[in-house]
Design a protein around this ligand. Structure first.
Ligand SMILES: [Fe+2]
Length: 386
């Protein structure tokens, strides 16, 4: 079966690669970029540092630092206004998934006009927008290498998934030194998001021989290195390995898709404001236990790549070891259940049918090895509660 692979045209990877931003922009012929970031990174001085690096390269930039977690149509519209008012020719996003997702949407609207709603799945933006260089500061969402963005409608609160090649950043700069100050909770949550990307890309019905390589490499690294990065925040080797693996996992799922964990995780995030990586972690062991019977060989390969099982274990034994290890890992990384997170039980239980419908509508459950019914999704939400 034919498949198409899409990755940014250039990835600059390694400690200190942040300083290469000027030459990356010059290579792309960008003369007037708009930096898209957030207030936190601006206060940290990182936005100024980025703009100084550009000035050194003779490039004048503007700043839009009003992005918010879970980017909204309102913020994207403000960013587009700043882009047009400043006569910018390109975007440089700096931050976690939210500034990168915001810049993707600004580039899309600059190139295509209209509003984000016009392009939500199953529609797609037809034309490429201005160049976008993504610089992640978490290890993480993988957004720097994916052709997706998620924008919340400021009116209806709906989280709209937008997919297509024009969303793919033109270039990415992947510098682990930017992640050294991430606190342990953020390290655990963004790292588990990456692990979920790798596992879901590998077991996805849309996996291919290319995405498999990236998925296996990523899960192998993340499984070993995430506890080190979590317990020893200053461990440069662990940070470096996690950063590269998060990008590899991003390449894997951008080219193979995610599946049921992400489908069920997004509604928990919307209704209860649980950070994305954390809601994935809350669901990963339970959903894996539900799914293994449909792809025992694939899950066994995951367990082997992660060093949890060996080739002397049967597929069934390997899958059991994988599920046990995922529960154990959640304990180690102090992942709370929805109940322990402080969500109201009454509200959670009453929203289960709505969340199940939203999960189904996202399309992600159809990529899962075991395709669930709405009732099965409801049961999984109940199972994950306590
Ligand atoms: Fe994710």
């Amino acid at each position: 079966m034919a498949f198409e692979i899409q990755i940014p045209s250039s990835l600059t990877v390694g400690g200190g690669s942040f300083a290469e931003v000027g030459s990356v922009l010059q290579r792309l012929g960008c003369k007037r970029p708009l930096i898209v970031s957030d207030r936190f990174l601006q206060r940290q001085g990182l936005v100024d540092k980025l703009s100084a690096l550009m000035t050194e390269a003779g490039i004048e930039s503007g700043v839009f630092a009003d992005t918010v977690p879970d980017p909204t149509t309102k913020v994207v519209a403000a960013g587009l206004t700043a882009f047009q008012a400043g006569r910018h020719d390109s975007l440089v996003s700096l931050g976690g998934g939210s500034p990168i997702d915001t810049a993707k949407a600004i580039s899309m609207l600059a190139g295509n006009g209209g509003t984000p709603r016009l392009y939500k799945v199953p529609n797609a933006p037809p034309k490429y927008g201005p160049p976008h260089i993504a610089i992640p500061t978490t290890a993480g969402t993988g957004s720097e290498v994916t052709r997706f963005t998620v924008i919340s409608d400021s009116e209806s609160q709906e989280k709209m998934l937008i997919a297509g090649s024009p969303l793919l950043p033109t270039a990415a700069i992947v510098d682990y030194e930017l992640t050294m100050t991430m606190p342990p909770r953020l390290t655990a949550d963004t790292g588990t998001d990456s692990l979920t990307h790798a596992i879901e890309a590998y077991v996805s019905r849309r996996a291919n021989d290319f995405s498999d390589i990236f998925a296996l490499a990523a899960m192998k690294t993340i499984w070993r290195q995430l506890p080190r990065a979590y317990h020893e925040p200053d461990n440069k080797d662990a940070r470096e390995a996690m950063m590269l693996a998060a990008t590899q996992a991003g390449i894997a799922f951008s080219n193979a898709s995610v599946a049921l964990v992400h489908g069920m995780s997004r509604p928990i995030g919307v209704h209860f404001h649980v950070p994305h990586g954390l809601s994935n972690a809350m669901l990963l062991p339970t959903v894996t236990a539900f799914s293994v019977q449909a792809a025992p060989r694939r899950y066994a390969e995951c367990a082997r790549a992660m060093g949890i099982a060996s080739y002397t274990d049967s597929e069934e034994e390997s899958a059991t070891k994988l599920i046990d290890a995922l529960y154990e890992r959640n304990r180690e990384l102090q992942v709370p259940s929805p109940k322990a997170f402080g969500i109201s039980e009454e509200q959670y239980l009453s929203l289960i049918p709505t969340m199940a419908a939203q999960a189904m509508a996202s399309g992600s459950p159809n990529n899962n090895p075991r395709i669930p019914t709405a009732d099965e999704i409801c049961a999984l939400y109940r199972q994950a509660w306590g």
